[in-house]
Design a protein around this ligand. Structure first.
Ligand SMILES: O=P(O)(O)OP(=O)(O)OP(=O)(O)OC[C@H]1O[C@@H](n2cnc3c(O)ncnc32)[C@H](O)[C@@H]1O
Ligand SMILES: [Mg+2]
Length: 167
């Protein structure tokens, strides 16, 4: 069974390889068909499903996985949110969410003026390519949890649900 991940972002591709070490894992750049910076749980989840569906349809018999990062409000405070989706070759859809952590107010202000989180994070952390490495979650957890590790947990939730329901 071939697995196709809907992104070239190494944190996402490597998370899938970690969870499916015995499968062929390919990456494919597909649009999420939601905003480049999703602003709710719902929008982020739909982005993940859209990516996974396009991957599954790109090669008959394969499984598609979509991973999407976004932000969401909880009682007027902005949190990082993450969603994953796994779509089978018969179009069964499994979804799971990842960790949520609070983002500082100054990031909220820049995001609402239209800048993408990935770009804000590089300036904020004075690092390069944060979205492809530790991620915002790495920066704000003192590098204890990386973006890849967070996505790995999401992919484990996807794999486990599929195994449970297809038994
Ligand atoms: O190439 P793709 O797969 O699109 O990877 P991406 O890094 O753009 O990631 P997403 O589209 O899933 O994330 C949506 C936006 O939120 C940003 N983002 C989400 N989580 C992030 C994180 O942990 N660190 C840095 N940027 C993050 C990301 O850079 C985008 O601007
Ligand atoms: Mg993106």
């Amino acid at each position: 069974m071939k697995i196709i991940v809907g992104s070239k972002n190494p944190t996402k591709v490597q998370a899938v390889k970690d969870v499916f070490p015995n499968n062929e894992v390919k990456s494919l750049s597909v649009p999420s068909d939601v905003s480049s910076q999703p602003f709710s749980d719902e929008e982020t989840r739909i982005g993940a499903i859209n990516r996974a569906t396009q991957c599954a349809q790109s090669a008959p018999g394969s499984v598609g996985i979509g991973l999407e990062g976004g932000v969401m409000y909880v009682e007027n405070q902005l949190f990082l949110c993450n969603w994953g989706a796994l779509v089978t070759s018969t179009n069964e859809i499994y979804t799971a969410s990842g960790a949520r952590i609070l983002l500082p107010k100054e990031i909220n202000d820049e995001l609402t003026s239209g800048v993408e989180l990935g770009d804000i994070m590089d300036r904020y952390a004075k690092r390069n390519g944060v979205r492809h490495k530790e991620g915002a979650i790495g920066i704000f957890t003192n590098d204890l949890v990386s973006r890849q590790e967070m996505f790995k947990h999401v992919v484990l939730l996807l794999r486990g649900q599929r195994e449970h329901w297809e038994k």
